[in-house]
Design a protein around this ligand. Structure first.
Ligand SMILES: Nc1ncnc2c1ncn2[C@@H]1O[C@H](COP(=O)(O)OP(=O)(O)OP(=O)(O)O)[C@@H](O)[C@H]1O
Length: 611
């Protein structure tokens, strides 16, 4: 049974990577007739269990010799009486109470253990994940039935205790489900975006991750309910459970002893058990199918990069400091920044190889270079958002005179989103599809600026208008899939500047957009920068964008900065052969000056020959 639940978990995992809006999911669920009928059946069962004293006036455990094997369909015993004279109807309806409370115990215990540990292990990873996986593996390897028999033999006939033990044994199925869902979703860009906006881990887990795991948890709870009911009945049938309560298992036990005298006694408990367990399974499957259909028909596609970072830790390795450079009054100082990743063969791959860069207040610095040259890794180092397995070191990494290397993760969180804004490359993936745009804009403002919900909404509406959204009220109330890519990028730009950051990091902010909106978005970034006097690090492939926006440019190649120059200097008099080749290839591809046509001078493909 444990294996089945774990297999069920894996199947559920195939569809857990989305957090649909509840109303749509319910609509999909209502289109599954078997699941709906099962849900109605379970609801009726709850009503029957609650109204048991009204349905039957008999004490289900009271035996009456005069009624032994009384026939059914009489006014006294509508369903007859069993081998010791207990009323069958009373046992059936009170047995529903026992079955439902057994299901509740198993669900409560396994969720109480599985959900928090799964959230923690999936989100924090590292040693917490390792230890939890080990414990979960150990629990799963125990034969549940044997453990239950041993517990009952040692402790006595306590069905409740046996169910608690079963809940513990089955908790790994919940743990694995939640952990897998969290690992999938924590790689989502909108979770990165939430981290960028400076939200704490707890808030991210509660707000962005918990909603995603709620639906698979419901699916799992339905399967667990069936398992709990089955286990309770099994224990009662074997005569090992508490004897002071009605139970469908006890009814089966009595019926099996009277199988030749009154075979009809088998029908009621068997039907009740089969139908109830089947209904639980069908409700679980119904939710799973609804979720799968939902995923295929609505909401933005999500990128699931599950389980590739098995041994990763949430924070990058503690950087080693070298002789620091005096930051002076520069906004951002990077000196001798190195980033590497472990390779499967034990060696390490250096992706940023000792680069140095300085951004003054109000200055726009372009970080330009071919794909894979290390631009984004540099940006993520400044944001403190490198993946767990990255190893980062720097002589100096300071922002506004503050040493970023010496900061705790909480202090870094406080900077991100507040004093350092970030505009990502893919607008859609950086918005959580489960929340309205308004709430995604106002939450960081309320968190960082400590303003009320009402003020945050007013500010958000102003910002949406400022970034050129024609109907801010509508967009504020919309879900991300209801707006275009260009709109979504404007929303993210509004979010990035909402807390008046001193530094804005824009990672290829126009790459995912149509050519027609690229220029508008660049204009917007330029005007916001001029208004607010922000320093900007602009990561781009595009020399046209550089010419259009930047004061200074750093050209990256293969993890190193090969040239840093004022933008006009770089275009008129590039010092490095590599820069010349990049410029030539960008200009050749357009036969126009990049400054005139920024969005067309993209060197992504042309630079291959320049290596
Ligand atoms: N998690 C990771 N593990 C191992 N290597 C990585 C990881 N992330 C990035 N890299 C490697 O780091 C190098 C630099 O990547 P980076 O994303 O910084 O390049 P980029 O210049 O921003 O390219 P692009 O413009 O295509 O985004 C690449 O070779 C990439 O494969």
């Amino acid at each position: 049974m444990t294996d089945n639940l774990v297999t069920g978990t894996r199947k559920s995992l195939e569809v857990v990577s989305s957090a649909p809006q509840g109303d749509k999911l319910i609509k999909k669920f209502l289109r599954e007739p078997a699941a709906v009928i099962s849900l109605v059946f379970l609801a009726l069962l709850v009503v029957v269990a609650v109204l048991a004293p009204l349905i039957s006036s008999y004490d289900p455990t009271a035996t009456r010799l005069a009624d032994v094997l009384a026939p059914p369909f009489t006014a006294e015993h509508p369903l007859g009486a069993d081998g010791v004279g207990r009323d069958v109807l009373a046992n059936l309806v009170y047995g529903a109470q026992t079955s439902l409370s057994s299901a509740a115990i198993v669900i409560a215990v396994s969720l109480l253990i599985g959900v928090p540990t799964g959230l923690l292990a999936g989100y924090r990873q590292g040693w917490i994940d390792g230890v939890s996986m080990w414990i979960s593996g150990a629990l799963l390897s125990l034969p549940a039935i044997v453990v239950l028999l041993v517990v009952l033999a040692r402790v006595g006939r306590s069905t409740s205790l046996a169910l608690v033990v079963f809940g513990i044994l089955i908790a790994p199925s919940v743990f694995l489900l939640i952990r897998g869902s969290v690992r999938a979703v924590r790689e989502e860009l909108y979770v990165d975006a939430a981290r960028v906006s400076g939200l704490s881990d707890i808030r991210i887990m509660v707000r962005h991750i918990l909603p995603v795991v709620i639906t698979p948890t419901i699916i799992q709870a339905a399967l667990l309910a069936g398992a709990g009911i089955g286990i309770e009945a099994g224990i009662a049938f074997l005569g090992l459970g508490s004897s002071d309560k009605a139970s469908w298992g006890l009814m089966l036990n009595d019926a099996s002893q009277n199988i030749f005298n009154a075979p009809g006694l088998l029908i009621w408990p068997s039907a009740a058990l089969v139908l109830t367990v089947m209904a639980c399974t069908l409700v679980g499957n119904g939710f799973r199918d609804a979720l799968a259909n939902y995923g295929s028909s609505a909401g933005p596609a999500r990128k699931v990069k599950a389980a590739e970072h098995a041994s990763s830790t949430p924070e990058p390795a503690r950087p080693m400091k070298k002789a620091p450079v005096d930051p002076g009054d520069a906004l951002l100082v990077i000196d001798d920044l190195r980033v590497s990743y472990p390779r499967p063969n034990g060696e390490k791959s250096d992706v940023v190889k000792g680069i140095s860069l300085r951004v003054e207040r109000g200055q726009i610095v372009g970080l330009v270079g071919e794909s894979g040259s290390g631009k984004s890794q540099t940006a993520f180092s400044v944001l403190g958002l490198l993946p767990g397995q990255a190893h980062m070191t720097a002589g100096t990494l300071s922002f506004a005179g503050v040493d970023l290397l010496g900061m705790t993760p909480k202090e870094r969180n406080g900077l991100r989103g507040a004093r350092i804004g970030y505009i990502p490359q893919e607008p859609m993936s950086n918005l959580d599809p489960a929340f309205r745009i308004g709430s995604q804009l106002t939450e960081p403002m309320r968190h960082h600026l400590g303003i009320s919900a009402k003020t945050a909404k007013e500010e958000a509406l102003k910002l949406l208008a400022r970034v050129g959204i024609p109907d801010p009220e509508r967009v504020f109330k919309s879900y991300p899939h209801q707006v275009s890519g260009g709109m979504a990028q404007r929303v993210l730009i509004a979010g990035a500047v909402s807390c008046n950051p001193e530094l804005l990091i824009a990672d290829e902010p126009t790459t995912a957009l149509d050519v027609t909106v690229q220029a508008d978005v660049l204009d917007l970034i330029r005007s916001l920068q001029a208004e607010r006097g922000m320093g900007v690090v602009l990561v781009t492939h595009n020399f046209g964008v550089v010419a259009d926006l930047c004061d200074q440019v750093a050209v990256m190649r293969n993890g190193e900065i090969v040239e840093v120059a004022e933008v006009t200097e770089l275009f008129t008099n590039p010092r490095e052969e590599y820069t010349r080749l990049l410029l030539d290839s960008a200009l050749d591809s357009t036969s126009k000056t990049p400054a005139d046509h920024p969005v067309e001078a993209d060197m992504t493909t042309e630079t291959e020959g320049a290596r």
